[in-house]
Design a protein around this ligand. Sequence first.
Ligand SMILES: *Cc1c(COP(=O)(O)O)cnc(C)c1O
Length: 257
Amino acid sequence: MLDASPQTAARITENWLRVRDEVATAARMADRAIQDIRIVGVSKYVDVELTAQLVDAGCHALGESRPQNLWGKAEVLRQSNREIEWHLIGHLQRNKIRRTLSQITWLHSLDSLRLAEALNAELKTAHESNAPSAALNGPQITPKRLNVLVEVNVTQDTTKTGMMVDALYQAIDQMLDLPHLSLRGLMAMSSRDTGGVETRREFAAVRQLRDDLQVRCGPRAVLDQLSMGMSGDYREAISEGATMVRIGSSLWQGILP
Ligand SMILES: *Cc1c(COP(=O)(O)O)cnc(C)c1O
């Protein structure tokens, strides 16, 4: 990884503009509005200085997969007054909930009913007591309701993360009863990283699952978000209805070894 410099800033800006253009092209080809697709820049590969350069290039939604890394960057960058919306895209351990909740706007990786219940309980406490958050440079405002996506394992591959479809069906009613969670849709990863026909079929299955769940939920939830697609397969994801693409490597070309 290079150290941040004017050269890295120029390269990151070039990468950002290219990715944004490619996402716009994919949206156009799928007959979709570009405003309906949010690019979450995945900053897990780089340090906070390079992450700041991505924000300055124009990417204001950032994703991290490890809570500790998200905290560290969020706390530093908050002091610089950059406008950033943080997304946690990896597994959240229950002992990290409190500190994470004060930083994030979206959780893409809700993967069990137990985690949902623990999140709801923490949000309830935070809201009732108006307690200052555990963030180091707080006070940060913990939201009353957190936007969550259920991470699903649609290929039923036991080596992959995410909830199995039948487990999700068993848990969904209880999840919908949690007043501090706003269930907004699904997150999924393809079982391949190359794109192509099979990837597209998998993303189509995620969208179908979302549609079926929406029928099951009725007015209790608006499942309007699909987080799917990474550097290797966001075109397929956009053509199958992704509203959030989580892009890392493509944004760091020329920066990472
Ligand atoms: C790392 C990561 C990404 C980004 O992947 P790239 O292939 O680098 O674009 C997206 N989603 C999740 C969950 C990740 O962990």
